[in-house]
Design a protein around this ligand. Sequence first.
Ligand code: NAD
Length: 467
Amino acid sequence: MSSSENFLDSVNKMFDQSADLLNLSNGLAEKIKVANSTYTVRFGVRLRDKLETFTGFRSVHSEHWEPVKGGIRYSPFASQMEVEALAALMSYKCSLMDLPFGGSKGALIVDPKKWSKKELQRITRRFTQELAKRDLIHPSQNVPGPDMGTGEDEMAWMADEYKRLHPTEIDALACVTGKPVRKGGIEGRIEATGRGIQYVLKEFFEHPEDYKKAKLAPGLEQQRIMIQGFGNVGYHAAKFLSEEEDSRITAIIEHKGSVINDEGIDVESLKNHFDEKGSFEGFDGFTSDSNKILEKKCDILIPAAVEGVINSKNVNQINTKLIVEAANGPVTAEADQILCKKGVLIIPDFYANAGGVTVSYFEWVKNLTHMRYGLMQRREQERRQTALVDGLEEMLNQDFPRNLKDIITNGATDIDLVRSGLEETMRNGYKRISRKWHADKRISDLRTSAMVIAIKRIADSYYFLGI
Ligand code: NAD
């Protein structure tokens, strides 16, 4: 079985285990599980004096809510099955997090490192045309976003191409999220998934019953954390956990080597080195090993690279108490069962990495309202809070503490509001999952709990549609 077949198989197995607990009407579980449609496109782009043919996919998993939502991945290893697995995870993720979207995902078989920016732009615009023809990119039907191998540039090109094809569409910018702020994006989208991981862990450590099950000491500070993948998600998670929570990032594992430091890696220096050299080589604590490092002892392991990295081959060597699945599908279904039996807690992907789609939701709403979040209230809030502080100073005949005065009198900026909305969404998500886990004796792990909640909500929505 290929790795992408395995991935889809894993997602479906995890679905089946949870759906079995729900007593759904006959055939409904199967209907929810399968992808509604997957579109494959092959198109040519003339590059370097040759007509290059590219293959892309867009899978729509569930349309119980529209638009459907999900990133577009650029990878030489992308396949239809991988895209279907990822689209299914998007349905469960949006359902669990109460976001008004169905699930979708796209991919293009391309190695982005092989092409220049200009060439990638031409490829992306051609791909967008193919998607737009079938409403597979559309503000009210299907809204892509970034994923592995894509970022702000690709999203900006897609939005621009869509606008060219629909010049009179006033909501055209809402056809895709993850755009640069100057092109209709939102502050805080780039950091969102990594920031979400920080909020997940902050909330987890508010639940003594849960961290005690994992045999973890209280508090995020000084926890020894290893992260696999130093891209968008891995870098931001490492940065916020080390800089703001005082956690020790003891290993960061990349494709071509890792960095180890038991005292804690200086994440920003490593980022500068990685950006400059394209690898970790030459950085303090560098080792050319990758896979073996994943098996090093730590308190929390955060796989933030690709699917299937913890599998039946290496699962018995994994030496951690808690796994936070920042990547999609990093733990296979077999490995998941073995780890659960050993008492390792796993915070599942479709909850843990939901920060990205949550902020994408804020961006989509911002595009549809044509107004930025802080515009209406900021100055009014500042005026009222300043009046309150002035009043207190006058009544008490004392100066308000300086360090608090600025915090209280400054109105919320867009990034403050985005982070606040993200924190609220992520923390509430964990509370729901944990509550269900403890309330239902048949549920033995966090993944099953999250999946039961997600499936139940999709099933309810089908029920109200009369299906
Ligand atoms: P990215 O392309 O920015 O970074 C991925 C990093 O992982 C790269 O640096 C790559 O070299 C490294 N990598 C790849 N395979 C590896 C391996 N076998 N071992 C070690 N390192 C490896 O991608 P990203 O946006 O950070 O996404 C990472 C994961 O998070 C993916 O599974 C993606 O689907 C998921 N995710 C991303 C977002 C988002 O907002 N970007 C949202 C939700 C989920």
